[in-house]
Write a protein that binds this ligand. Structure first.
Ligand code: X2X
Length: 337
């Protein structure tokens, strides 16, 4: 080996030693490496805040816990990720309570049509009695829910064919809904023709016109670029939706209590920041989406609510949840039917 080559190798070794602390403060392998999966684009606040959260947990635990994030349905659609969470292939997962209801029926109760009028009512209920009730039911099913639910938002209907101004406009309307009996029931009660599709396939289902419309908060219409394949957006605010931050029980119980406390504290704190981000984003996005070509309308939502009543939607779901759970909902949001 000639001198200059040896010199290069030696200085490379020195550089590597010096560079090590910069590669990450924690050179040793983490004691607990966990997978957190979700269905949203990287640019959504849920993923931005999750990244911060995972970094903060790594720092505070001096590298003992490494939470790796798999966004954007990388590990499968919601239905599949829920199975993986239960089997332990995924350790953490954020999921709409409505989709979780395929396993924990009570978890969809926060999605009852027009239950929440505004965010203060949402957080009072979900951080209070209603949320505690749902978390109790989730725990009974063997999944560990973190205390603070993350925000998805109030949902709006988009369409490639026509604006939705009255319930009559929904008649026979081919709309994608997430896989959940409550979603299907609600859009059937509104006279539409709903099809259950996981979010992983929504963009292509809209693009290929398998369905004419879908419904989601503006933050998702924007970050998932649904405006590229939808023209109209009707501000129906027909339901509020949130993501429970869930842990596989065996993975969770592997953590000693002090580390559980650190992880839970960071996840819940990140959730509160994500709520603020989503509210701000949803409030500011209408102009941005309009500039991208979306046409907005503001329907009178009373007619939609009356239609749900007439169709017996509220009575039917009160029967399914039971009067005890329904009473908790009505104590949280006021009389529904
Ligand atoms: O599937 C959807 O529409 C989404 C992204 O809003 C949910 O996760 C419920």
């Amino acid at each position: 080996m000639n001198i200059s080559r040896r010199k290069v190798l030696r200085s490379a070794a020195i550089a590597a030693t010096v560079a090590m602390p910069m590669r990450g403060a924690f050179a040793q392998k983490a004691e607990f490496t966990y997978k957190y999966a979700n269905n949203l684009p990287l640019t959504h606040p849920l993923n931005l805040r999750s990244k911060e959260m995972a970094d903060a947990i790594r720092t505070e635990t001096k590298g003992r816990i490494d939470i790796q994030i798999f966004p954007n349905n990388q590990l499968g659609g919601d239905t599949d990720m829920l199975s993986q969470l239960r089997l332990g292939g995924i350790d953490f997962f954020t999921l709409s309570g409505l989709i979780l209801s395929t396993l924990v029926p009570a978890a969809s109760i926060s999605g009852i049509g027009f239950a929440f009028g505004d965010y203060p009512t949402v957080w009072k209920a979900m951080d209070g009695e209603l949320g505690a009730y749902v978390r109790g039911q989730i725990s009974k099913a063997g999944i560990v829910p973190m205390e603070k639910i993350w925000d998805n938002g109030f949902r709006q209907i988009t369409s490639s064919t026509r604006p939705i101004a009255t319930p009559a406009d929904l008649k026979g309307f081919k709309i994608r809904v997430p896989p959940s009996p409550l979603w299907t029931s609600m859009f059937e009660a509104l006279g539409a023709a709903p099809t259950s599709i996981n979010f992983a396939e929504v963009y292509s289902a809209l693009q290929t016109k398998i369905v004419d419309g879908q419904e989601n908060p503006l933050a998702i219409i924007s970050t998932a670029k649904l405006y590229e394949v939808q023209r109209y957006c009707s501000l129906t605010n027909h339901m509020w939706d949130g993501f429970w931050f869930l842990a596989n029980r065996r993975a969770w119980e592997k953590l000693p209590p002090d580390l559980q406390a650190v992880v839970a504290r960071h996840i819940n704190a990140a959730g509160l920041k994500e709520r603020a981000d989503v509210a701000e984003l949803n409030a500011g996005l209408q102009n941005d989406l309009a500039s991208k070509g979306m046409v907005f309308n503001q329907p009178d939502t009373t007619a939609f609510r009356d239609q749900l009543r007439k169709a017996g939607f509220y009575g039917e779901w009160k029967g399914k949840y039971g009067s005890e759970a329904w009473a908790i909902l009505e104590r949280s949001v006021g009389k529904l039917a």
